[in-house]
Write a protein that binds this ligand. Structure first.
Ligand SMILES: Cc1cc2nc3c(=O)[nH]c(=O)nc-3n(C[C@H](O)[C@H](O)[C@H](O)COP(=O)(O)O)c2cc1C
Length: 192
């Protein structure tokens, strides 16, 4: 049975929930899926394929999943990999004119504010993922900030409009993507 490691970086649980749902769908489709946070993933080399995702903060993936990909880049380059980013909160100010989901989550590909995107470009070049999906995220202002940068952003006067509260994760989209991954793994031409 194909073994898939679903690895996530999550500060407030939103991305963890997406990773867990992907794992459930993969298992329902007959895949041996294990879900682990990026800093606690074990037995990494025994996986045949990987789904790796991160919550996006200030235009960047979290360090743990970035480090996971960097530390295992050679192995990941030789196995099927899918990436996902969890972030955009619909209705956030400044988001209405941006149609490209990648730009919406991680900022522009070039110029000011492109640092988070460039880090992902580096990982993409190293691992050749079969796909990279952006999923809407969740934000609960009652959940205390977990990093100084987050604390500062939340204190900004525009924070209320920049960070709409709610759970915007689209489970139908997430489940459909997980089924696509399972189907791709089951197809005879599954080696990239
Ligand atoms: C301080 C802060 C900054 C954020 N910055 C971004 C961002 O740059 N791009 C984005 O798409 N989402 C951003 N978000 C939304 C988060 O990515 C979203 O809440 C996500 O679901 C968080 O995942 P987690 O619960 O797994 O940590 C931000 C949220 C907070 C609280």
């Amino acid at each position: 049975m194909t073994k898939v490691l679903v690895v996530f970086g999550s500060r407030h649980g939103g991305t963890q929930g997406i990773a867990e749902r992907i794992g459930e769908v993969l298992r329902a489709e007959g895949v041996d899926a294990v879900v682990a946070s990026a800093d606690h993933a074990r037995d990494v080399g025994s996986a045949d394929a990987f789904v790796i995702g991160s919550g996006v903060y200030i235009g960047s993936w979290l360090n743990e999943p970035l480090d996971f990909v960097r530390n295992h880049a050679d192995m990941l380059a030789s196995r099927p990999v899918w990436l996902f980013s969890s972030g955009p909160l619909p209705g956030a100010t400044g988001a209405t004119n941006v149609a490209d989901p990648m730009e919406l989550a991680l900022g522009p590909a070039q110029g000011p504010g492109s640092g988070g995107r460039k880090k992902l470009d580096e990982l993409t070049a190293a691992t050749h993922p079969r796909g990279h999906r952006v999923f809407h995220g969740a934000f609960d202002p009652k959940d205390p900030p977990r990093a100084m940068s987050e604390r500062l952003v939340r204190l900004m006067p525009v924070a209320k409009r920049a960070l709409p509260a709610g759970d915007f994760r689209n489970w139908d989209d997430i489940e459909a993507w997980a089924r696509e991954i399972a189907a791709s793994l089951a197809s005879p031409v599954s080696v990239p």
